[in-house]
Design a protein around this ligand. Structure first.
Ligand code: ARG
Length: 457
């Protein structure tokens, strides 16, 4: 096969060289975007009188045919044609004859590929945002059911203070809200059109870049052709936003895994989101949560990969940039999958409220309440902390909890302690009384949920 750029070459490359350089194996995922870009480009060429209307008509008809074939999965791509751009151009000329060669007037693969990537991410980021929001809705629904479900809250993975289980779930709502914000804000930088930058210096043809932007639905065009063809910041930003999203999903996944253990048993995952073991019949494994935690690694890797690709490349386009694609496709695929799975996993999981209730009644997570009680009665908090610590130590020695310690024993440490301390020590009270803004008090959690709902509507 002769190359579309073969004019100045005396001999052809070895097939394995072609294979190494080709991107068609993966950039065929850009087929729709590439066709879209071409439709806009040739329409603009026509409007500017650079091509005549007959030529434009022929090319548009050819592109339309390629599009229906692409939709039907009937396009055959060849490594010899290197990438999606040359594959489609070859198919077009095979289909409509030499006039197909006019499509590339005033355009280069450099502005073409950058345009495809912008178009691709513009669509995918919308999908990501939709899936984040669907997951947020599910979290919100679960939270609403568990405002008054008391659970142990942890620091250092040690029981810290009793909380509303809804409060714990809602923490992830807000992480996802920030993720959504970041993806939304990144749109501003994805929504810039490189087309018309040519290879890197612009073109002598009287093109209208604003027109192309309008046709493709971009709100701006790059104002520097060299920047236009070499900018991959918007992809780095996407990978970075995805990495942070995966960090959040991975932390949540880790909790789901811990909560599902026999040791915790705070939740049970639905069968549909669990797997069995081939040897141990009793097992029900939280594979999906583990996989999401595990896949976080590849998304971080994709970010590091692209940053490293870019750091040593002089302006403008270098073939290194072809390496921007696989990591991006992989990341899109990974985060869309992870969000979808996670939503279903949380929607269908059962919260073991009794277990949570008993967990919180058999620990010292109400110790802060005792210290606060003393501080409220005028004892300096440091001293109150010390007194409480001593009472906790007494309980540990006797194998009981603070609520079981008789008032006489309590008063040995401080006369400020009176019978009403037991009300304060109840885990429900510990949660209920935390009225501070953003705290775990039931009223605060309800306010939080209302605000969250308003954000989504
Ligand atoms: N396949 C190439 C890429 O993905 C397209 C741009 C090629 N441009 C060039 N001058 N070789 O980056």
């Amino acid at each position: 096969m002769t190359k579309l750029w073969g004019g100045r070459f005396q001999k052809s490359a070895e097939s394995w060289v072609d294979e190494f350089g080709a991107s068609i194996g993966f950039d065929q995922q850009l087929v729709m975007e590439d066709l879209e870009g071409s439709v806009a480009h040739v329409t603009m060429l026509g409007a500017q009188g650079i091509l005549d209307s007959k030529e434009v008509e022929q090319i548009l008809a050819g592109l339309a045919e390629l599009k229906s074939k692409a939709e039907a999965g009937e396009l055959e791509f060849h490594v010899a044609n290197e990438d999606i751009h040359l594959n489609l151009e070859k198919m077009l000329t095979d289909l409509i004859g030499p006039v197909g060669g006019k499509l590339h007037t005033g355009r280069s693969r450099n502005d073409q590929v950058a345009t495809d990537m912008h178009l691709f991410l513009k669509k995918r980021v919308v999908e990501v945002i939709e899936l984040i929001e669907a997951f947020q809705k599910t979290i919100l629904q679960k939270a609403e059911q568990h405002v008054e479900t008391i659970a142990p809250g942890y620091t250092h993975l040690q029981r810290a203070q009793p909380i509303s289980f809804a409060h714990h779930l809602m923490a992830y709502f807000w992480m996802l809200e920030r993720d959504k914000e970041r993806f939304n804000e990144s749109m501003k930088r994805i929504d810039i059109l490189p087309l018309g930058a040519g290879a890197m210096a612009g073109t002598t043809f009287p093109i209208d870049r604003e027109k192309s932007a309008e046709l493709l639905g971009f709100s701006k065009v790059y104002l520097n052709s060299m920047d236009a063809v070499s900018d991959r910041d918007f992809i780095v930003e996407f990978l970075s936003n995805s990495s942070l999203l995966m960090t959040h999903l991975s932390r949540f996944a880790e909790e789901i895994i811990i909560w599902s253990t026999d040791e915790f048993k705070f939740i049970e995952l639905d069968d549909a989101f669990s797997t069995g073991s081939s040897i141990m019949p009793q097992k029900k494994n939280p594979d999906m949560a583990e996989l999401i935690r595990g896949k976080t690694g590849r998304v971080y890797g994709n970010l590091m990969g692209l940053l490293t690709v870019l750091k040593g490349t002089p302006l403008t386009y270098n073939k290194d940039m072809q390496e921007d694609k696989e990591g991006m496709f992989d990341t899109v695929h990974t985060i869309l999958g992870a969000l979808k799975i996670f939503e279903g996993m949380v929607r269908t999981m059962t919260v073991n409220t009794e277990r949570l209730h008993s967990a919180v009644h058999s620990d010292f997570s109400n110790a802060t309440e005792l210290a606060d009680y003393l501080a409220t009665k005028g004892m300096p908090f440091r001293e109150a902390h010390e007194v409480t610590g001593k009472l906790v130590f007494t309980c540990i020695q006797r194998g009981i909890f603070l609520l079981d310690l008789p008032i006489e024993d309590m008063r040995k440490e401080s006369e400020l302690l009176e019978a009403d301390v037991y009300d304060v020590l109840k885990p429900e009270a510990a949660v209920r009384r935390r009225h501070s803004l953003g705290g775990t008090g039931f009223d605060q959690v309800r306010i939080q949920i209302d605000k969250a709902k308003a954000l989504l509507s």
